[in-house]
Ligand binder design. Sequence first.
Ligand SMILES: [Fe+2]
Ligand SMILES: [Fe+2]
Length: 325
Amino acid sequence: MVSIPLSVLKNVAIRLLNVSANRVSNSFGGETLLLDPTVRLPKINRLYELAKDNQWNYSDYEARARKDDLTQLTKEERVAISRVVSQLYYGERGALLTSSQLATMVPDQESSAFLTTQSFDEARHMEVFARMASRLDQLHPVNPFLQLLLTDLLRTTSLIEKMIGMNLLVEGLALSVFHHLIKVFKSHPRLQTAFDQVLIVEPVEAIVRDESRHVGFGMLYLPELAKKLSMRQRIQVKARQLLWLALLYGSVKYHEKDAALVGLNYVDILTKILGDHDKRVQEMGLSVVLSGGKLHHLIPVFDGIINTLLQQEIVVQQFDGLQAA
Ligand SMILES: [Fe+2]
Ligand SMILES: [Fe+2]
């Protein structure tokens, strides 16, 4: 047997484990973890404190609600709304998984702690939409564009791409859609009569408060991350955003008929989503994120990509196969 001197073994072990005084490598592919408890990002720490103070429970809303009167809606309307609500469920489920991944990828303790509150928030949101979809009709399958978007978001190993995708694009989409939903609900007498306000409007307002924190986190964290990018990485980040925005667009457009049945125009929803996104990006002054007040001009391009995909029957069959699996 070959004998190895102890001093050599020690050096090899230290190199292999990348041990240093206050850092350990992050085995999940993110940045090197900072182990000392110094708070480097006080604004994120404040968001974490806010998250702890703002917890809520959907069961409490259910406990004080009257029953929905769904006879106010036709069967067709119930199915259409539950198809859309089902997509919100899948979006929240994707958000739960992605924010959990991000919590293991960021190096500092305050961001990691905040992201675990986001995971728990997303679990609550997922629960709300699952229950809403079942009350209306049932949980319907995920649409192919949302499925592609969430799959790609989950499998990307780049911290900045995942955070832009999650805390700006998906969270931004959620925030705009929920604001829009509250407005539509409040101006739609038949929906107001059919649903109990306590079961729909109040929890969605609570979700909006949670989502505002999640977007706020991205806006605080991303400018620092973006400073470290090379030119090549910047181009890659922008290309991925373009693809994800096209998939977001496809995901909303896929439910064009469902939305129209309850008086919603999908182009209005998209214009609002893209406009809100533009405003946030300009506020951050972040050149790596697609924006510039021109995103809505891309709608015809997105339309072209999505229509081409939809016309390819083989693509649709593959999606059907995935859903049935
Ligand atoms: Fe959410
Ligand atoms: Fe969120």
